[in-house]
Ligand binder design. Structure first.
Ligand code: SF4
Length: 316
């Protein structure tokens, strides 16, 4: 057990290693991620791995990414303009979010990243993808890119349990994830993993186990999402048929705090909940009040006198 809060110097009463803090330390200013849609597809949509996609997926899981009818440059400026209403200046990380951004010929990936790097005040790139869509060739290119800029590759895992992955039609296994992880890890590429809390059939203990397994790897960062049930998805039908229940806010806050305690203190926390879209979200509607959820997480950590890594047993 780690007995002293290592985050007491972080502002806002945060008891975990926030992305905002990490990026300010690294770049000396506010850094804003700009979500983009490079017009990729996904092997779980086009029939290569599966059809219909993950049961929770709406339009490639990039609801807040730009519009693919626009070029990367047009999307960048459009999203940047919106962001600048909140933060008038800073540096930017173009984030290829929608669909599977390494599922394309290498030339397309090269041109997408070269365009992003040529944009003004860009200090890095983030690329979201499936762990089963990284070839040796792509990994070699990502390693080259990583030597040039601050690169993070975001791998959608969601759960370490193959039975849950099968239920949600992920069409890859935990072993597939580990193979993709190894390709990146062996090349010293920053890896961020996405997990989803509240998947059908998963218990509290299973959600903690996914995080325990992640704490045994060498991750740069992690995103913990709350399962959003979105109109028009297979999962929405299952939910409406009463096949599973959405998480309650108390359960979610408790789960996230338990997970934070298990993570190494040097793993950056990029996300502790999702951004729901009011128009399309069916449940849980309480998650639309994101600031309330974030405040409750801070409050619960204070109440426990706990912090990220308090129960982490490994070496950092
Ligand atoms: S891997 Fe991502 S883009 Fe593909 S179906 Fe699943 S959630 Fe949608």
């Amino acid at each position: 057990m780690n007995t002293e809060n290592p985050f007491s110097h972080i502002g806002g009463g945060k008891r975990y290693y926030t992305q905002n803090y990490m990026l300010r330390e690294k770049f000396g200013c506010k850094v804003i991620k700009i979500s983009l849609n490079a017009g990729m597809t996904c092997p779980n949509l086009d029939g290569t791995k599966g059809t219909g996609g993950c049961t929770y997926c709406s339009s490639g899981s990039g609801d807040f990414a730009g519009c693919p009818a626009q070029s990367v440059t047009e999307q960048f400026y459009a999203v940047k303009k919106l962001m600048n209403e909140k933060w008038s200046e800073g540096k930017y990380i173009p984030y290829f979010q929608a669909n599977t951004n390494t599922y394309a010929p290498l030339e397309k990936i090269r041109s997408m990243t070269a365009k992003a790097l040529s944009l003004p005040d860009v200090c890095g790139i983030a690329i979201s993808t499936r762990p089963d869509c990284i070839s040796e060739e792509t990994a070699d290119y990502l390693a080259e890119l990583s030597r040039k800029t601050y690169l993070t590759v975001e791998l959608g895992l969601q759960t370490v349990y193959d039975e849950t992955a099968a239920k949600i039609n992920r069409c890859h296994t935990y072993a597939d994830f580990l193979a993709g992880y190894k390709l990146l890890h062996d090349r010293n590429i920053n890896i961020c993993v996405h997990l989803i809390n509240g998947l059908p059939g998963e218990t509290h203990e299973m959600m903690l186990e996914s995080v325990r397994k992640m704490s045994e790897l060498k991750l740069h960062s992690i995103k913990l999402h709350l399962l959003h049930i979105i109109k028009g998805t297979v999962m929405a039908e299952q939910y409406e048929n009463g096949e599973f229940e959405a998480m309650t806010p108390e359960d979610y806050v408790n789960t996230v705090c338990d997970q934070l305690e298990l993570l190494p203190p040097d793993v950056c926390i990029q996300r502790l909940t999702g951004d729901g879209n009011r128009e399309t979200l069916i449940a849980p509607l309480w998650s639309l009040k994101k600031f309330v959820v974030m405040n409750e997480i801070d409050k619960e950590l204070r109440r426990r006198n706990s912090w990220q890594g308090k129960k982490y047993g490994g070496q950092i």
